[in-house]
Design a protein around this ligand. Structure first.
Ligand SMILES: [Zn+2]
Length: 493
């Protein structure tokens, strides 16, 4: 997601955990993993953590070279693409198939967010294994996934599995807020990462208190972040002689912002949210299921609002997430006005960040903001380095990107191989309330399914981007098995 940090909303877990039914199931249906296989992933993960790829500067060159040294002897075609800043390096490995089907791609970011070193009890760049966990920055987000995706692909090569399609592995740079991310890569080297469908990070494999996995969120769509500027103008002068109310920029902006602050956009159900709530329905407790039914069956805006409010109030722990998934959101994030205590300024500005559901346009949002503030003399514009027209067209393209369809052999394979590992697991196509780097593919009509490919709980999630980040050793082993089996189904001849 382009606002990369926001992507990691813990609320998603809480929602899902609440929606889980109580039960007794046992997590692992099969234990057919060859000896030592999981250990290879754990060993790789520990090594990957030792490369300090903190962003900024997000220097992934050494890590890319290391991956090259691992993939090249296996016969993979390898490529390192270093961005113009000389630090952000994308690594690509390709296992050739017979070309009868289009490639499948696995993308994982190699950069990590920085650490507050003093707050860690373990060394963050050492890959320490302790009490069944691997500790380190990126253990969960996303060097764990990098190790899982790598090993699943390497295993295909080691076992010389004949392939009907190319399998492409991509270790991305600049995912944690940098300019040479996958959008840059796609723009400059699309031929290297073009695929029929792809996996990247996103949804959670949710593990209940009893260790059972019953719900796997797979992100297939996301909201779009668009920021607007409001500018009020008025008479400027000496603060000892104020002008009549409504004639000064600050007064007018304050009046407009007060209206926006009190306003909440109406509930909208779009195809991606309908798919999400429909998939939750059968695995939700009775009260939530009944609320969701009301929501999906609403015949009018009034019924929709009533049902949405009920769902939110009955799930207080997940209120913010549900609130965000049910509507376009808008929030005033910056206010800038005045130059001196005794000067009445001639203009005043505010910034409103909105998160649009798929399908909502910037024209619609501007019209909505104007309707709410009821002041035609306040300018409302898109915050952008492009022209307003270019920005409008760009966001129109982005908001029109459809959710990734789930009727693909990749999604089927994910589901089938998940059920072999975790018998009670159900896949839930999820809309992400923030944004991801999946856009590079989705906007080119390549379906992307987002997963953190290992069972986790809210303790693991609470450490993400935080201190003492860690991931379970057993979870990583299971994840590798899951992805390996998925690839076998999708790519084996
Ligand atoms: Zn991440």
């Amino acid at each position: 997601m382009t606002l990369r940090i926001n992507r990691h909303h813990l609320a998603a877990l809480a929602l899902a955990a609440n929606l889980l039914c109580a039960g007794t199931g046992l997590a692992i249906a099969e234990q057919t993993r060859p000896p030592g296989q999981g250990d290879k992933t754990i060993a790789l993960l520990k090594t990957l953590i030792t490369f300090d790829t903190s962003n900024a500067p997000g220097d992934t060159r050494a890590l890319a070279e290391y991956l090259k040294s691992q993939f090249e002897p296996l016969g993979a075609e390898v490529d390192i693409i270093v961005a113009p800043n000389g630090k952000a390096a994308h690594f690509i490995a390709r296992l050739r198939g017979d070309g009868s089907k289009k490639p499948v791609l696995l993308a994982a970011h190699a950069d990590v967010v920085p650490v507050e070193r003093g707050k860690w009890t373990e060394e963050p760049f050492a890959g320490v294994e302790k009490d069944g966990f691997v500790y380190g920055r990126g253990a969960m987000d996303f060097k764990g996934g990098l190790a899982v995706f790598s090993r699943a692909v390497m295993r295909l090569a080691e076992e010389k599995v004949p392939l009907a399609r190319d399998v492409i592995f991509l270790a991305e740079a600049d995912e944690e807020q940098g300019q040479f991310n996958t959008s840059w890569l796609a723009k400059n080297h699309w031929d290297k990462i073009d695929a029929e469908f792809a996996l990247n990070e996103g949804g959670y494999v949710l593990q209940g208190r009893d260790g059972t996995v019953r719900q796997i969120n797979v992100t297939t769509a996301e909201k779009l972040s668009v920021t607007f500027a409001l500018k009020a103008t008025g008479r400027s002068g000496h603060s000892s002689r104020p002008f009549p109310p409504g004639e000064m920029a600050n007064d007018r902006l304050i009046a407009a912002l007060a209206k926006l602050a009190a306003y909440d956009p109406g509930i909208k159900i779009v195809p991606a949210s309908r798919a999400f709530f429909s998939a939750l329905l059968p695995i939700s407790p009775p009260q939530t299921a009944s609320d969701i039914k009301l929501l999906l069956g609403a015949k009018s805006q009034v019924e929709l609002e009533t049902a949405g409010r009920k769902l939110v109030s009955n799930n207080p722990n997940d209120g913010l997430l549900l609130h965000a998934l049910l509507r376009d959101t808008m929030v005033v994030t910056m206010i800038e006005a005045g130059i001196k205590p005794n000067v009445i300024p001639g203009d005043a500005k505010a910034v409103v960040n909105t998160r649009l559901l798929p399908g909502t346009t910037t024209d619609q949002m501007i019209a909505e903001i104007r309707r709410v503030i009821e002041d035609p003399d306040i300018e409302v514009s898109i915050v952008t380095s492009m022209s307003q027209k270019e920005a409008k067209d760009y966001y129109l393209m982005r908001t029109s990107v459809p959710a990734s369809p789930v009727n693909t052999v990749l999604y089927d394979a994910l589901e089938r191989s998940a059920k072999r590992l975790w018998t009670d697991a159900v896949l839930v196509p999820t809309m992400f309330e923030a944004g991801t780097d999946a856009t590079a593919w989705r906007e080119r009509n390549v379906p992307v399914y987002g997963i953190y490919p290992y069972p986790l709980d809210d303790d693991i999630l609470s450490r993400m981007h935080g201190n003492d980040e860690r991931i379970g050793v057993e979870a990583v082993k299971q994840g590798t098995e899951w992805i390996y089996r998925t690839l076998l189904e999708v790519a084996k001849k």
